[in-house]
Ligand binder design. Structure first.
Ligand code: C5P
Length: 421
């Protein structure tokens, strides 16, 4: 599945399985939901148990399966009211004709129908049945009632059916159902982040990765930057409610969910796109890119041929992207990075002033356990003097956690009373 798995928080799904041949697909659905990180508890009707055993669902979900309403033992574990409260979503898949009718009529004669009435969570039903039963007036009437009651109906697919008929009534594939559920939670989460997130309403531009400076059509000068820190920051800013544009040099990383990515190669291209972003309106500019300091003065039109024992290449200075953006009249909040091998704090503090940044995060790349290709980092953050904020030590942690702490630092600085200079 191509959607981002990392942003589903601890969400609980009650998957109710009712009597229909599509029940076998629900076993796979449990797997797919667990893959995304959902907690899953399964409820089965009597009918469902004729098709597949509770043990299968218990093994796949890692939780006891709920089958009865009036079983003192089961109720002592997690009673039906508790289960109704636990659910962030009640997903009925497959939903039989009978279950739809019971929901529409408001019956409460078994665990699932009772749960339906007792839960405040959204209810989704994925009807699966013979095409004639789907088309029956009573079924369509019940579905209408359910839609009016706020139930979300996942339309069945058309195709050949287990009974030999061809038509509407097949339950969608488990991957498709899991994707729909995941997207629903992503959207809900995004809506909250856009309203209440630490960077809600902000457009953040992040530069990341190395740049590649061509020598000729086949060779270039570059560095070992992997772009991991920048990509983690882009993801963290998005999770904090920002609109995020990621200007990426050549790296082999997937674009974080929800982030707009613009691929560049050279420093000059990176500056070009950065300036465009400024015109578009940028509130926060985060420069994590390891920009090549120099580029080849004259890029050869054709491949340079081997000749002689020495090859002299003349290099010229590349523009300093972050410093250039910081000099603009409508400058965003500027965040720089400093990777040093010695005098880390001193050099970083110097760059903060020299490049007119608001904040700088520095790390010691001479340490083998953090930095460039590593999945972990440790940083010290300095703020420009006018913020009158203490430096922050971000202890060794995953780049995701460091990114989260950097987002907090940016948020805190943005909300800090700035001393007039
Ligand atoms: O001067 P130095 O390369 O150490 O500064 C590092 C910081 O400046 C980083 O934030 C980096 O992304 C940014 N930078 C830049 N353009 C350059 C060189 C560095 O934006 N040409």
């Amino acid at each position: 599945m191509s959607f981002d798995l990392s942003v589903i928080p601890n969400k609980n799904i009650v998957l109710a399985v009712t009597g229909g041949i599509a029940a076998y697909k629900s076993a796979i659905l449990v797997r797919r939901l667990k893959d995304v990180g959902f907690n899953v508890r399964v409820v089965m009707t009597q009918g469902a148990q004729a098709f597949i055993t509770p043990l299968t669902f218990q093994a796949l979900s890692g939780n006891p399966v709920h089958t009865e309403l009036l079983n003192p033992e089961a109720e002592a574990g997690m009673g039906h009211i508790e289960l109704a409260r636990w659910a962030d979503l009640l997903l009925v898949a497959p939903a039989s004709c009978n279950t739809l009718a019971k929901f529409a009529a408001g019956l409460a004669d078994d665990l699932l129908s009772t749960l339906y009435l007792a839960t405040k969570s959204p209810v989704w039903v994925a009807p699966a049945m013979n095409q004639q039963m789907w088309a029956a007036k009573a079924t369509q009437r019940n579905l209408n009632t359910l839609v009016q009651d706020g139930v979300h109906v996942i339309m069945p697919d058309a195709g050949s059916q287990a009974c030999g008929d061809v038509g509407l009534g097949r339950m969608p594939e488990p991957e498709d159902l899991a994707r729909q559920v995941t997207e629903y939670f992503h959207k809900a989460q995004r809506a909250i982040a856009e309203k209440f997130g630490m960077l809600a309403g902000k457009h953040v531009v992040v530069t990341a990765g190395p740049t590649r400076e061509a020598m000729d059509p086949v060779r270039y000068i570059s560095n070992h930057s992997t772009g991991k820190m920048g990509f983690a920051l882009a993801a963290a800013c998005y999770a904090a409610g920002a609109k995020v544009t990621l200007i990426a040099g050549p790296v082999s990383l997937d674009t974080p969910n929800g982030v707009r990515r613009m691929n560049v190669s050279s420093a000059v291209q990176m500056l070009d796109i950065s300036m465009q972003m400024l015109d578009e309106g940028c509130d926060i500019f985060i420069a994590t890119a390891a920009v090549a300091d120099y580029r080849v003065a004259e890029v050869a039109e054709h491949k340079i041929k081997k000749a002689g024992d020495e090859l002299n290449v003349s290099l010229i200075k590349n523009p300093d992207i972050v410093a250039t953006i910081a000099q603009q009249q409508k400058r965003p909040f500027m965040v720089g990075f400093a990777a040093e091998t010695r005098n880390v704090e001193e050099y970083a503090a110097g760059k903060l002033v020299a490049k007119k940044l608001d904040m700088i995060a520095c790390n010691d790349v001479s340490r083998a356990d953090i930095g460039f290709a590593s999945d972990e980092n440790a940083m010290i953050v300095f703020f420009a003097e006018q913020y009158q904020m203490q430096k922050r030590d971000l202890e060794k942690a995953s780049k995701q956690e460091i990114a989260q702490q950097l987002v907090e630092a940016i948020h805190d600085a943005l909300h800090h009373e700035i001393e007039p200079v």
